[in-house]
Every structure is written in C-alpha cells, then in structure tokens.
Design a binder for this molecule. Structure first.
Ligand code: NAD
Length: 302
C-alpha cells in the first residue's frame, strides 16, 4: 500500500493548539508537511489569549523531527488571516493546505441570545473562514494547487438546541464552499467541508464520560488528511464523521412538480393540492451549482 505523504507541502491548521486541530497538525508533520500551527489560545468561549497552546504543538512536532512554526493571530480579522498566511509564505515559501478549524462556543437558546454572542461566534467561524481562506487561496492560485477544508458541524447541518449562532456560522461555511469551488475550478484547488465529532473541551460536558476514548479527536484526522492529499479529487463535498464512522452528507432536492405554464397565476390552493408531491424526496438529486434548479423548470421555460 502506497503511503500518503505530504513532503514538500506547506499546511496551515487554524486552532491547532489542542483538540481536533492538534491531531491534524501532528499527523501532517509526521507525514512530511511543514505546518503553521495557528492558535490564539482562547478559552472555549473565545475569551483571552495564550501563546503556549500553539507553542506546545510546535515543540511536539519539532521534538518528533518535523517542521512547524507557531502563529498566534486570531482568524476573526482580515489582518489576522493575512498574517497567518504570511507566516507560511515567509517561513516556507507557499501554502498548499489550509484547514479552517479554529472555533469557539457561546451557546444560548435563540430567544436569549445577545448580539455579542451572535457576533463573536459568527466572527470566529464564518468570518474567520473568509479571512484566512481568501489570502491562502490567493497563494494557492499562483501555484495552481491547493486543498482547503472548512469545518462545519452537525449542529449547522441538522440543528442542535442552543446553537443558532454556531449553526448559522457553520452552514455559512458550506455556502462559502459551494461558491468558492466554482470560482477556483480551473485551478487544482479542492475544497471540502467536514462535520467532525470528538471529545474535546468543546464537548466534554455534553458527552457521557465513556465517550472520552471512543470519541477520540484522532478519528477525524485520517479523513481530513486524505481530503488534503494530492490523491484526493473530491471537491465541494460535505463529510461527517466521529468514532471511526465516516460518511458523506449532501444538500439535495426532490423532483417537485411543475404547475401551470409559466404564464398564468398559480393559486395557493394548487400548492395545497400538490403539497405532497412538492415535499416528496424520493428522487433526490444534488446540484453542482444553483443553476441545477433550472433543470426542474425546463418544461416551463422551453
Ligand atoms: P477546541 O476548543 O479543542 O479547539 C479549538 C481551538 O481553536 C482552541 O485551541 C482555540 O484556542 C482556537 N481558537 C479559538 N478562537 C480562535 C481564533 N479566533 N483564532 C485562532 N484560534 C482560535 O475545539 P475542537 O473540538 O477541537 O473543535 C475544532 C473545530 O471542530 C471547531 O471549529 C469546532 O466548532 C468543530 N467541531 C467540533 C466538534 C466536536 O465534537 N468537538 C463537533 C463539530 C464541530
């Protein structure tokens, strides 16, 4: 079996000071990549900053014979994102791999959520995805090569009580991917989104104690490293995972129904009378872009 290697590749992993991101950084370096270990060293709710989080992971990589450099910028500003990418370019000359992983939580039920809690979570996850990815993709385009990962969550894909801010940010990243993949299609830049599950400080009070081993953050790492490898040709997909289970998830649409002739007014009663057909998902289909939805309207538009 040919080993998947990252020799000669330069990777940025945001929020790599602990948890799932640390696993990516350690294994990328073990397989030959030079790694920018970004971490603000924030607490779970995003407060504070501590350089030791990133430093410890860099020390671990270097002690094992790998190459890594620390960066302590916040992903949540464009200046921070640009500096994270600059750290990679100044130290190693380029960026081949970007894993957007940094994250915080400010859980609150929707009706109790404050503007600050909303903005902070959207800022780190969604704006952070923009602020680091834009300067990184600029460098990737120059080299006609790149692998980008966005980190979503099942909370965004399917919902989770108390996480409207987090869920909205995570689904927003899927929205970035869906369009960015089209904008960089002519370059060898593959962009995918993952929804990980792991025991970390983010989840340790949600999962039962026996999950600590079973939900080891390591289980997310091989899937993400595969998606970041040269061998991977998948782009624009969403993969969920945890505890050794890996599966693709997707946004799909059903066949629906064409009413009228694109001339006459459609009544609300016609919607009611066709609601089962409109809601039917038996023939699910994915679309490579928003234009896909025009396939269904074809008979009405021709
Ligand atoms: P974690 O709290 O262990 O690690 C997150 C890291 O991000 C921390 O080291 C923190 O310092 C860093 N960070 C926070 N704000 C930052 C900022 N502004 N700039 C740079 N670094 C910052 O969390 P984790 O469980 O390892 O989660 C990693 C990612 O996976 C997050 O995006 C999280 O939302 C996502 N996720 C995790 C789970 C899970 O089950 N653990 C589930 C779904 C999604």
């Amino acid at each position: 079996m040919k080993e998947i290697r990252f020799d000669g590749r330069v990777a940025i992993v945001t929020g790599a000071g602990q948890g799932i991101g640390r696993m990516y950084a350690l294994e990328l370096a073990r397989r030959g990549a030079k790694v920018v270990v970004n971490d603000l060293g924030a607490s779970r709710d995003g407060a504070g900053a501590d350089t030791s989080a990133a430093d410890k992971v860099v020390d671990e990589i270097v002690a094992a014979g790998g190459g890594a450099v620390a960066n302590y910028d916040s992903v949540a500003t464009m200046a921070g994102g640009e500096n994270i990418v600059k750290t990679a370019v100044d130290t190693y000359g380029k960026v081949d791999i970007l894993i957007n992983n940094a994250g915080i939580l400010r859980d609150k039920s929707f009706m109790k959520m404050t503007e600050e809690e909303w903005d902070l979570v959207i800022g780190v996850h969604l704006k952070g995805g923009f602020c680091v990815t834009q300067p990184a993709v600029k460098v990737m385009k120059e080299n006609n090569y790149g692998r980008v990962i966005f980190t979503a969550s099942t909370s965004g894909l399917y919902g989770n009580f108390g996480q409207t801010n987090y869920g909205a940010a995570k689904m927003g990243l899927v929205g970035i991917m869906n369009t960015l993949k089209l904008e960089v299609a002519k370059f060898d830049i593959k962009i995918n989104t993952i929804a990980p599950t792991a025991w970390s400080r983010m989840t340790s009070d949600l999962f039962p104690p026996e999950f600590e081993q079973k939900m080891n953050p390591q289980f997310n790492e091989p899937m993400v490293l595969y998606l970041c490898s040269e061998e991977n040709t998948a782009c624009g997909n969403i993969y969920a995972m945890g505890a050794g289970w890996y599966g693709r998830t997707a946004i799909v649409s059903g066949d629906g129904v064409c009413l009228g002739d694109a001339q006459r007014k459609i009544s609300v009663e016609e919607i009611r009378d066709n609601f089962d057909k409109i809601s039917d998902m038996e023939n699910k289909r994915e679309h490579g872009s928003g234009l896909g939805i025009f396939e269904y309207m074809g008979p009405l538009l021709s």
